[in-house]
Design a protein around this ligand. Structure first.
Ligand code: FBP
Length: 548
C-alpha cells in the first residue's frame, strides 16, 4: 500500500495511556450495581451477570500473567474513527500480560464469529494500522448476534482457537448483544469472557459512567470543518441557503456539537421537536422565519443543520413508525408475499386511520423508507431519507405563500449536503487516538481480571489522558426494557440530547443571535501536530457536560 506523508508521520504517534495503566494493575471493586430501569425483569434475564460491581484499576507493582491468553475481537456496526487503536491497545495489553498471547480478529463483524471467518492479528499487521481511521483491518458488519444457535456456533470456533475472551467493539445494540452473550457463556460454563467497548460516531452510547463513545470527537471535527468551509463560501457569495443533513441516526448529539462549533443560522434538534410536540409544518415554519428575518436585512443566504433522525422524532411520524414496527413484525410473512407495487396500499389498509393519514401525507420515497428497509437491528435507515431536500422544498413552498401575502420579498436558492460517511473513517483525532488505545488496553486489563459482561471504561476525559480513570462497567447497569420490533426486550438505554443539559442550554442561549446575525465560526481541519489548544481539545459537548 502506498502511504501518504501524513500516514507515515501519524504511524509514529504514541497514544498516551492513563498513568494507572503504565505498569501492573489491580482491580478495585465498587458497590453492587442496579440496571438503569426495570430492575426485576433485567435481573431475571441476567441471573449470572446482574448486579456486578463497577471496577476501577489501580497501580500495583506486580505485572504480567503466568499464562498467555488468546483473545478474539469483533468490530460491529458503523465505522467510527479509532477502532484500529482499540485493537492495537488490546494487542499491546495482552502482549504485556504475556508475550505469547494471541489476538484473532473475526472478519466483517459478528457474522465472522458465526461463520468462523477470522485472521490472526500479528504485530506486523497491527503496526500497519496504528492511529489510522477505518475498520478495514478486519472489516465490520451488522449481523445481530442473538440466537442460541449463533452463540453455540461461535463457541465452536472459540474452542478450536482456544480463545477465552471475546471483545466486541460496538454501539448500544452490539453491546446489548455482548451482554446477552456474556450471560449465556457464563450460564453454560463456556469459559469465555465477553467484554464490550463503546463505539459510535452518533454519541448516543453514554451515561453517567460512560462519558462518550469513541469516534464522536473525530467525526464531529470533520463535519465542523466542512460546515465552516461552507459557511465561509456562503458568506462570500451571499446567494445560497445550504441545508446540511448530519449523520447520527436517532440522537442529535452530532448536529448539536457541530452547531456549538460553527454557529450556523439554524440547527434543528430532534429531541426538542419531540418535546414541543411539533409537526413537520411547524419545523418548516421555524426555518422559513429565519429565511424571512434574514431577507429583511438583505441577507438571502444562510446555513441550516438537520439531524438525520429528525423525521423519527416528529410525534405523528414516531407513532407511525412504532405502529409499522409492530405490524411488520406481526405480519412479516404475509408482507413478504405482497408484490412491491401493492405494498404501499397493503400498509395503508393495515394501519389505524391516523397513522394511515400520516403515511399518505409523506412523500412516497420517505414513506417507503419507513416501511421497507430496516437494518438487522430493526432500525429505520434514516441516513437514506433525504430530509434536507424535503425540508428545503417545504420551506420554498411556505415562502411562496408568504410572498403572495406580501410578507416576503427575498430570493431563495438552495444547496443540499449530507455529511455522514466522510466522517466515519477519518484518522482519529488525538483525543480519539488516545481514548481508543486506552479503551483497548483497559479491555485487556478486564480480561486479566477474569470478569465478563463488562464494558471497558475511561473517565475524567476532559483532563489530560495521563489522569484518566480506567475501569469496567457492568453492561447490565445500562439496561432497561424497551419495545423493539414488536417485542419488549432488554436493551442499553440510548442517550438522547437532554434539553436541560449544559450543551443544549448553551446552544439555546445563543441561537437567536446566530439566526439573524452572521456569527459563523470556522473550526478548520483536525490538527494532529502542534500546540495542545488546537490538537488535543475534546468535544464541546464533553467540556460543557463536565462543566470545565
Ligand atoms: P453505529 O450505531 O453502528 O455506530 O452506526 C452509526 C451510523 O453511522 C449512523 O449514524 C447511521 O445512521 C448508520 O450508521 C448508517 O449505517 P450504514 O453504515 O449501515 O449505512
Amino acid at each position: 500500500m502506498k502511504k501518504s506523508a501524513l500516514q507515515i508521520a501519524r504511524a509514529a504517534y504514541h497514544p498516551q495511556l492513563p498513568i494507572v495503566l503504565t505498569g501492573g494493575v489491580k482491580m478495585k471493586e465498587g458497590e453492587p450495581t442496579q440496571s438503569a430501569g426495570d430492575q426485576e425483569e433485567i435481573k431475571k434475564l441476567f441471573p449470572n451477570t446482574y448486579g456486578l460491581p463497577e471496577i476501577i484499576f489501580e497501580k500495583t507493582s506486580a505485572t504480567g500473567s503466568a499464562k498467555p491468553v488468546n483473545v478474539g475481537v469483533i468490530l460491529s456496526g458503523g465505522q467510527a474513527p479509532g477502532g484500529h487503536n482499540v485493537i492495537s491497545g488490546l494487542f499491546d495489553g495482552i502482549k504485556h500480560l504475556h508475550k505469547d498471547s494471541k489476538l484473532y480478529g473475526f472478519l466483517m463483524g459478528p457474522g465472522g464469529l458465526v461463520d468462523h471467518q477470522y485472521k490472526e492479528l500479528t504485530a506486523d499487521i497491527i503496526d500497519e494500522y496504528r492511529n489510522t481511521g477505518g475498520f478495514d483491518i478486519i472489516g465490520s458488519g451488522r449481523t445481530k448476534l442473538e440466537t442460541k444457535e449463533q452463540f453455540d456456533k461461535g463457541l465452536e470456533i472459540l474452542r478450536e482457537l482456544d480463545i477465552t475472551a471475546l471483545v466486541i467493539i460496538g454501539g448500544d445494540d452490539s453491546n446489548t448483544n455482548a451482554a446477552i452473550l456474556a450471560e449465556y457463556y457464563k450460564a453454560i460454563g463456556a469459559g469465555v469472557q465477553v467484554i464490550g467497548v463503546p463505539k459510535t460516531i452518533d454519541g448516543d452510547l453514554k451515561n453517567n459512567v460512560i462519558e462518550t463513545s469513541f469516534g464522536f470527537d473525530t467525526a464531529t471535527k470533520v463535519y465542523s470543518e466542512v460546515i465552516g468551509n461552507i459557511q465561509r463560501d456562503c458568506n462570500s457569495s451571499k446567494k445560497y441557503w445550504h441545508f446540511i443533513k448530519l449523520m447520527g441516526r436517532s440522537a442529535s448529539h452530532i448536529a448539536l456539537e457541530c452547531a456549538l462549533q460553527c454557529q450556523p443560522n439554524v440547527c434543528i434538534i430532534s429531541e426538542e421537536v419531540e418535546a414541543k410536540d411539533m409537526t413537520l409544518e411547524e419545523v418548516v415554519d421555524y426555518i422559513a422565519d429565519a429565511v424571512v428575518a434574514r431577507s429583511e436585512q438583505g441577507l438571502n443566504y444562510g446555513v441550516v443543520l438537520i439531524p438525520e433522525g429528525l423525521i423519527e422524532f416528529i410525534p405523528a411520524v414516531k407513532k407511525l413508525i412504532a405502529e409499522l414496527n409492530d405490524l411488520l413484525a406481526a405480519k412479516a410473512s404475509e408482507f413478504a408475499e405482497i408484490a412491491s407495487e401493492d405494498q404501499r396500499d397493503w400498509v395503508i389498509s393495515n394501519l389505524t386511520p391516523d397513522c394511515a393519514a400520516t403515511y399518505q401525507s409523506l412523500p412516497a420515497g420517505v414513506a417507503r423508507q419507513l416501511t421497507l428497509d430496516r437494518d438487522p437491528h430493526g432500525n429505520v435507515q434514516v441516513s437514506l431519507i433525504e430530509t434536507e431536500k424535503l425540508l428545503s422544498e417545504m420551506v420554498g413552498k411556505r415562502l411562496e405563500v408568504l410572498a403572495a401575502e406580501g410578507k416576503y420579498e427575498g430570493k431563495y436558492s438552495t444547496m443540499h449536503h449530507f455529511f455522514g460517511y466522510e466522517g466515519r473513517c477519518a484518522d482519529p483525532s488525538n483525543f480519539d487516538a488516545n481514548y481508543c488505545y486506552g479503551l483497548g488496553y483497559t479491555a485487556a486489563c478486564l480480561i486479566a481480571s477474569g470478569v465478563t459482561g463488562y464494558m471497558s471504561s475511561l473517565r475524567n476525559l476532559t483532563f489530560a489522558p495521563v489522569n484518566w480513570v480506567a475501569g469496567g462497567i457492568p453492561i447490565t447497569m445500562m439496561m432497561n426494557m424497551e419495545r423493539r420490533n414488536g417485542h419488549v426486550k432488554p436493551v442499553i438505554r440510548k442517550a438522547l440530547v437532554e434539553l436541560d443539559g449544559a450543551p443544549f442550554l448553551k446552544f439555546a442561549k445563543q441561537r437567536d443571535e446566530w439566526k439573524v446575525g452572521t456569527c459563523y465560526t470556522y473550526p478548520g481541519p483536525i490538527q494532529y501536530f502542534g500546540p495542545a489548544e488546537i490538537c488535543d481539545q475534546p468535544s464541546l459537548t464533553l467540556v460543557y457536560e463536565q462543566k470545565r
